[in-house]
Design a protein around this ligand. Structure first.
Ligand code: UN1
Length: 495
């Protein structure tokens, strides 16, 4: 059954002004159309930004605890609809049900965190240097936030951005990935039902070129939060420069797991299978490099290849499926091209390497979980983000070398070290250049109340998640009260 989805602008469900549409389909079974969507353009963004701006002038005055009450209702509705949303998400982007339930859960956690943040949003009171004078710093909202999100966490990532934005008193124009617009619409529908006033959240469907650019270049959009490729992140930075928007970027990764010779190898094996092939490798946190200590290299590779070949591919709605399809044909082509690149570079293909065929697989974008061994740090498959089920394995002789290899990338999102030696673990935490370091945990699975983001070309210094994201969605205002009744000159009268 195909559903007709619309844009939500100023509290009304509407088509694109042009009347044009596009489709969203099931990557496990491409002939299944899930829905049609408005193919919007700059004119639709224009109306949405106007609505968001008008709504902002009222929403900023609603007390934060009252904004938090709506967040709590949003959380409650997400709990009620968790299963329905997870099923829609699996149909729309392919990852297995356990994972799409986890994706919704991340949204629930983010909603309840935001609800309680409505009663915090703490500022500071600070002693003044002058008598009979009071100083404080308070957080104020900023305005209209443009939110541009990817398809791999089609519910969680929009919630990481929209919930703190709205709780802080901003309003939102949201452009979800055109691969997952149905899930995004279900989320916005629920936010609307929870009682957000008209215009506080607006969704405009369409492509990055037409809709995304109109948002990032719009003079009346104050903030941009984007998750996606490093290439587009750089373009957004340029496009938003003319109006000096505040921009938060979560970009690429080339995350690695180091396994030391003293590690619990069974644990490290479970970790790498989940980190590399969970979500079919389509996470910005996915493990795409495995760095093995030479003493355990051969043994661990045997264990890894055996288990990888047993992973069950299929439709994510089936309970026995462990690895779903890639999201679309383009992603599968990218993966196939990297398999070729790896082979030409002289790496050894030890598992997978092909589009997956067979009953239940032929109608979708499936690809075998793939492993290259004997990879060296200068190969492209050791350097470039692939965003699919391809793992490059490198050999090292020490922790120090392992950390150097791990750091040898333009990215710096997530990292992992398996060791039983606490001293080695602390050295790794100190020397690894990444926004996230896990000890005896795979590179995926960040918790919603912790800072999330990366260093180097993974981002531009901001963090999502937890308390840190509120620094992005609020501006600090310094406030001074003088109750002395006379002019007191700072830096002069008291010295
Ligand atoms: C992403 O892939 O962009 O840490 C986000 C994780 C998830 C979020 C991934 N909680 O793997």
């Amino acid at each position: 059954m195909s559903t007709k989805y619309q844009n939500l602008i100023n509290g009304k469900w509407v088509d694109a002004q042009s009347g044009e549409t596009f489709e969203t389909r099931n990557p496990a079974n491409w002939s299944e159309v899930i829905g049609t969507l408005p193919k919007s353009a700059a004119a639709d963004v224009e109306v949405a930004v106007k609505a968001a701006r008008a709504a902002y002038e009222k929403w900023r005055l609603v007390p934060a605890p009252a904004r938090g009450d709506i967040m709590r209702k949003i959380g409650d509705l997400l709990v009620q609809r968790k299963e329905e949303l997870a099923r829609l998400m699996t149909r729309e982007m392919g990852k297995v049900l356990a994972e799409t339930r986890g994706d919704v859960q991340e949204g629930i956690d983010t909603a309840y965190y935001a609800a309680t943040e409505g009663r915090r949003l703490f500022g500071h009171t600070v002693p003044s240097e002058l008598p009979n004078k009071f100083a404080m710093a308070i957080r104020v909202p900023i305005g209209v936030a443009g939110i541009i999100t990817p398809w791999n966490f089609p519910l969680a990532i929009p919630t990481w951005k929209m919930f703190p934005a709205i709780l802080s008193g901003n309003t939102v124009v949201f452009k979800p990935a055109s691969d997952t617009p149905a899930t995004a619409t279900a989320l916005v529908q629920l936010m609307h039902e929870a009682g957000l006033p008209d215009g506080v959240v607006n969704i405009v469907h369409g492509g990055g070129g037409a809709v995304g650019n109109a948002i990032t270049r719009h003079p009346d959009v104050d903030l941009i939060s984007f998750t996606g490729s490093t290439e587009i992140g750089k373009q957004i930075t340029k496009d938003s420069a003319d109006t000096l928007k505040r921009v938060s970027l979560e970009l690429g990764g080339k995350n690695a797991q180091i396994v030391m010779d003293d590690a619990d190898l069974d644990l490290a094996l479970d970790g790498i299978l989940w980190g590399a092939f969970g979500t079919t490798g389509q996470r910005c946190t996915a493990t795409s490099r495995l760095i093995l200590h030479e003493k355990i290299y051969d043994r661990f590779m045997d264990m890894l290849v055996t288990r990888t070949k047993k992973l069950r591919l299929g439709d994510g709605l089936k309970p026995e499926t462990e690895v779903g399809p890639l999201v679309n044909e383009g992603q599968r082509k990218t993966v196939q091209s990297y398999v070729e690149i790896g082979q030409n570079e002289g790496a050894k293909l030890v598992a997978g390497g092909h589009a997956a065929k067979g009953p239940g697989l032929d109608g979708g974008w499936f690809h075998e979980p793939t492993i290259f061994s004997e990879v060296t740090p200068n190969m492209r498959i050791a350097k470039e983000e692939i965003f699919g089920p391809v793992l490059s394995v490198l050999r090292v002789t020490s922790l120090e070398e392992g950390i150097n290899v791990l750091n040898d990338t333009i990215y710096g999102l997530s990292s992992s070290v398996y060791t039983r030696d606490v001293n080695k673990a602390f050295v790794a935490v100190r020397d690894i250049k990444a926004g996230i370091t896990y000890i005896n945990v795979p590179t995926i699975g960040a918790e919603a109340h912790m800072p999330f983001g990366g260093v180097k070309q993974t981002g531009n210094g901001h963090r999502e998640g937890g308390w840190t994201v509120y620094d992005f969605y609020t501006e600090w205002k310094a406030v001074y009260f003088d109750y002395s009744g006379k002019l007191q000159r700072a830096q002069i009268d008291n010295y």
